[in-house]
Structure formats: structure tokens, C-alpha cells
Design a protein around this ligand. Structure first.
Ligand code: NAP
Length: 549
């Protein structure tokens, strides 16, 4: 055990300790506290919000429609809050989460500016000992992680970063005060969802922006707009139906599951459907036909549609050529943008292809690729995250026999979970939107609510039946992981290098850690398992297995 942990000063005992005060942690606190469990949340930031606390970069907004990107556990809350536009900006989402924290008086059980360094399961007490970065420790019967899937920033290990004389930022750790780009030469590395949002906004302010692109992306216009009050009124009126549809859907939004193949319609009909989706804005292209993410030929129809749009929007054919993506559409996160491709028509923007001429090092004045040096005053890393497993493995989590989560998952390659909620060998630990659950390939608040409710129901069940510990069985875990892999392998997702597969982090073992079966199907499976007395889990009361079947 680390020296600091041996010396840690034990300060409290709780029923449940929760990591993180984002969408997951806030609702877990509320739900467990309402059920009478003493619950405490630890949050590294000095405010609530999680992802929306940290991601303050220019242009940050959500690409789920706001009316669906909120909690639905409380009809009163849903009706009290009014979104201003279709795709909410980061400050508005952060205001929403603060509103939730105020309404349910959550702050009194959240300790801010505190990180959990380690959580160790004690087999003698059946409790988790949790070590904080302030040198103290607490214990809890349940250890629940609400750390988010994308909170461990990836800053590539370029030679020379420390020599750069200007300011540099990672988008996921953006300063609270405004970063002034006026009169500045700015460089940005990365053209994922984040880069695509930031690039047009920075370009509008900076003297010059140089974009370093490794993989060109498929983007479709967001066509964000303010909401008509009448539309909002109707949405609130239809709360129950919208909630039902979100919960039963594929992706967590009330969008009908497509039934037609892109290949069974005429090219003219397909073009009409794609054009309509493009004009409407948003993620409509992704869900236009059921086989877009499973059939290469179907996928190519939408990929080619977007490439044609890029060539029409971008005036310089050489720049347009560099922006044409070639991977399977949708197998990296489909992006919705505001003036992304149009930004390359500006005189103050340069696009550099770093796949062709890779980055060699960061220099005192900028950056050198194999083609030459680029100078700028400010450098922005929009280089993404060590997704899914990264935030969990940043903590020293140890289960039975002192086995670490890192050892159990072999750093990623052997990641096995039961339902993305629990791990064999880690009793009474629950993960919210963990690896192998729908998580990032769904509308997050819907998946978060489902996990929180399932976990809280489970804890209440345990209390009612005198159960001391719950632990996933190895065979159930193996079967779930196998099922996840099989579903993923039946799609095109596994054929592309992306952060979904771990390919964005050098040396990270590959695997596809998101359940692609859909939110509705997944909920049903979880509910069935609970209804069968938590099938696939071992439930123990002090020293005996409780047979609750
Ligand atoms: P990302 O999708 O992983 O994109 C990172 C970008 O940095 C990619 O263009 C990547 O190139 C590039 N990059 C990484 N390492 C590099 C290197 N060593 N050299 C050159 N380029 C490098 O990260 P993100 O844009 O932050 O988005 C992550 C996820 O966050 C999204 O997929 C989405 O789930 C979520 N997100 C959502 C929203 C939204 O709701 N609108 C907004 C932002 C983020 P390669 O593609 O070649 O790897």
C-alpha cells in the first residue's frame, strides 16, 4: 500500500461514495439520498457539471437536441427548465446542472476540489476504503463511479511541448476566463467533434488559424436555431410520451428506428432523403437507413453524399481534396457543425495535412512537421481523450485479493464487465455508463438515468433482502463481453481506428467497449436480470449466499 494511504486520516463512513458531480453523480446523489442512504460525492472541480464544467472551449455545445438532453426523472424539473435553442451551448448546460443542484439541494453532500486517488475493497469489512488527495480517507459500503467516458485528456507526447513559448491549452481543461485570440496566430491540432466546433469560432477571432488535421471528418450542418415557445410548450405537454420513446429507442432520442436499406431505394430517392436530412440539420444522415453502419455499400452512399457537399462548399479544390474523408461514415463519431467547411474559405485559415507530413516536434515558436515549421502564439490541443477505461484507470481501484482494475482489464485488452455496470472481483462497486454499456453511442442523460435507477433499485433490493454484497459472476461477465464484441463485429465500427477502439492512444490495447445493441434493448436486458433476482450476480449476506430466486 502506498505510504500516503497508510497514513491517511479516516474521517467518515457512508453508505455510498460517488465519484464525480456531472449528470451521473448528481442524479445518483439525489436518488440514493431520497431512498435514505448516506451518500457523498467527491468532485475534482470547484463546481458541478462534469464534462460541462471542464469543456469551456470556444464553440462547445451539445449535439443532442436540448429538449432531449436533460433529466426526465422529475416531470416538475423538466417543466421548470426552458432551453433556448436546439443545440445548447456549454454555458447553458452548465446553468441547467447548477439549477438541478440548487433545486435538489445537492451541494451539501458534494465535496469539491477533491480527487479520489484510490478505492480499495476490504474483504474483512465488506467495505470500500476510499483515499482522497487531501490525505484523508473515508469508507463506504458502495463505491459508485460517475467519472464520465471522456474525462482523461489525451495530450500526445510530442517532443518539445515544454519548450513552446506561447500559451497552450487542451480543450477539456479550458480556463474559466476567456482566452483572447484577437491579433494572435493560433495553431490547433485535431479535427474531431471538439476541433470542428472550435475551429470556426477561433478563426473568426484570430489573426490566423492553422489547422493540423490527421484524419478528415464527415460533418453535417447542425442548423442550430432558437426554439419557438409554442414548440417548447408542446414538448412539455408531451413529457410522458417523449420520455417513453427516448427510453425505448436505439440511441436515446425519440427517433424512429429505420427499417429501410439504403440499397433498396432508387439513387434519386436516396438523394432526396439525404438532401432533406442535410437541410434539416443534425444527425439525420446517420439514421436515414438501417444498414448505414453495417453494410459497406450502403455506407458509401452517404459518405459520397457528404464528400460531394464538401467539394461544393470549399472553394479551393486543393483544400477540399484534403478535407475528403475515406473511412466508413459514422464509425468515428458523426459530427454536426456550424460553418466548419465554410471556414476553410477564409483567408486567415490554413489547413495542414499531418497524415501526409506528420508532426515531428513542438518548437519554441510553433510546430514542425516533416514538411517544415509553422509559427504561432497559441496552441490548442483538440486531441481527444483516453476514452471509456481512461478515467476509471486513473484511480487506483483494487477489488478482492488486492487485484487492481488495471490488472483485471490488462490495461484495456481484457476489459470485461457485466452490463458495463459491474466487475467480477469488485463487489459493491458500480460504474455509471461504464465500458460495454451503450454510453457514448447514446444520448448520455438517458443512459445515465437508466444506470442510476438500476443501481439504486439494486441497492434498495439488497437492503430489503439483507444482502451484504453483490458481485458479478465471471461466467456472466464473459458472456456479456462476448455478446458486446459480437454485436460490434457485426458492424463497420470495428473496421475504423477511432477512440471507440482505443486506437487514438499509442500503446492502448484495442477493443470495442461500447454496447451497440441500443438503449431500449439494453434497458430490457438489465431489467430482466434484475427481475430474476440479479441473475449473473452473487448475492451474499454476511458469509452466506442468499438464494433469492
Ligand atoms: P477525438 O474525436 O478523439 O478527436 C481528436 C482529434 O485529434 C482527431 O482529429 C485526431 O486525429 C487528432 N489527433 C489525436 N492525436 C493526434 C496526434 N498525435 N497527431 C495529430 N492529430 C492527432 O476527440 P474530440 O474531438 O475531443 O471528441 C471526443 C468525443 O467527445 C467525441 O467523439 C464525442 O463523443 C465527444 N464530444 C461531443 C461533442 C458534442 O456533443 N458536440 C463535442 C465534443 C466532443 P485522428 O482522427 O487521426 O485520430
Amino acid at each position: 500500500m502506498m505510504e500516503s494511504m497508510k497514513q491517511s486520516n479516516h474521517v467518515a463512513n457512508y453508505d455510498a461514495v460517488v465519484v464525480g458531480a456531472g449528470f451521473s453523480g448528481l442524479y445518483t446523489l439525489h436518488r440514493l439520498r431520497e431512498a435514505g442512504f448516506s451518500t457523498h460525492v467527491y468532485e475534482a472541480g470547484d463546481g458541478v457539471g462534469g464534462t460541462w464544467y471542464w469543456n469551456r472551449y470556444p464553440g462547445a455545445r451539445c449535439d443532442s437536441e436540448s429538449i432531449y438532453y436533460n433529466y426526465t426523472f422529475s416531470e416538475e424539473l423538466y417543466k421548470e427548465w426552458t432551453w433556448t435553442s436546439r443545440y445548447p451551448e456549454q454555458p447553458e448546460i452548465l446553468r441547467y446542472l447548477n439549477f438541478v443542484a440548487d433545486k435538489f439541494e445537492l451541494r451539501r453532500d458534494i465535496q469539491f476540489k477533491t480527487r479520489i486517488n484510490a478505492a480499495h475493497y476490504n474483504e474483512e469489512t465488506n467495505r470500500w476504503q476510499i483515499y482522497l488527495n487531501n490525505g484523508t480517507s473515508v469508507s463506504a459500503k458502495f463505491f459508485i463511479t460517475g467519472v464520465g467516458c471522456l474525462s482523461a485528456a489525451n495530450i500526445p507526447n510530442f517532443k518539445g511541448v515544454q519548450n513552446f513559448k506561447g500559451d497552450w491549452y487542451h480543450t477539456g481543461h479550458w480556463p474559466h476566463e476567456k482566452v483572447d485570440f484577437k491579433g494572435k496566430r493560433v495553431g490547433i491540432i485535431g479535427t474531431g467533434s471538439t476541433g470542428v466546433q472550435a475551429i470556426p469560432v477561433i478563426a473568426a477571432e484570430a489573426e490566423h488559424l492553422t489547422v493540423f488535421q490527421r484524419t478528415p471528418q464527415y460533418c453535417a450542418p447542425a442548423r442550430n436555431h432558437p426554439y419557438d415557445p409554442e414548440y417548447i410548450r408542446k414538448t412539455k405537454e408531451n413529457f410522458s410520451e417523449i420520455k417513453r420513446q427516448m427510453r425505448e429507442s436505439q440511441g436515446g432520442q425519440p427517433v424512429p428506428i429505420p427499417t429501410k436499406s439504403a440499397l433498396e431505394v432508387t439513387p434519386e430517392e436516396r438523394e432526396r432523403v439525404y438532401e432533406e436530412a442535410w437541410e434539416k440539420g443534425g444527425l439525420g444522415l446517420f439514421s436515414a437507413y438501417y444498414d448505414i453502419t453495417i453494410n459497406e455499400a450502403a455506407n458509401e452512399t452517404v459518405a459520397e453524399f457528404i464528400r460531394t457537399k464538401i467539394c461544393q462548399i470549399v472553394e479551393d479544390p486543393n483544400v477540399a481534396e484534403k478535407l475528403l474523408p475515406s473511412y466508413f461514415y459514422g464509425t468515428k463519431r458523426p459530427i454536426i457543425d456550424t460553418n466548419y467547411y465554410e471556414t476553410y474559405n477564409r483567408d486567415n485559415v490554413t489547413l495542414v495535412d499531418v497524415k501526409k507530413a506528420p508532426i515531428e516536434e513542438i518548437t519554441p515558436n510553433g510546430l514542425r512537421t516533416t514538411d517544415g515549421e509553422y509559427e504561432f502564439d497559441t496552441l490548442v490541443f483538440a486531441t481527444g481523450y483516453d476514452g471509456m477505461t481512461g478515467p476509471l484507470l486513473k484511480m487506483d481501484i483494487r477489488g478482492k485479493d488486492g487485484v487492481t482494475l488495471k490488472e483485471k482489464w490488462a490495461g484495456g485488452a481484457q476489459t470485461r464487465t457485466y452490463l458495463g455496470i459491474a466487475n467480477a472481483g469488485f463487489p459493491n462497486m458500480f460504474m455509471i455508463t461504464g465500458p460495454e454499456s451503450p454510453s457514448v453511442l447514446s444520448n448520455m442523460p438517458v443512459s445515465i438515468e437508466q444506470h442510476v435507477e438500476w443501481i439504486a433499485d439494486c441497492i434498495e433490493y439488497m437492503q430489503k433482502h439483507g444482502v451484504e454484497t453483490i458481485e458479478a459472476n465471471v461466467d456472466a461477465e464473459e458472456a456479456w463481453s462476448k455478446h458486446c464484441r459480437e454485436v460490434a463485429e457485426s458492424t463497420l465500427f470495428t473496421k475504423t481506428d477511432s477512440w471507440y477502439t482505443g486506437a487514438n492512444i499509442p500503446g492502448k490495447p484495442r477493443g470495442f467497449l461500447i454496447y451497440l445493441g441500443g438503449v431500449g434493448v439494453y434497458r430490457q436486458k438489465c431489467d430482466e436480470i434484475a427481475a430474476k433476482g440479479y441473475e449473473g450476480f452473487s448475492l451474499l449476506s454476511s458469509s452466506q449466499t442468499v438464494d433469492l430466486a
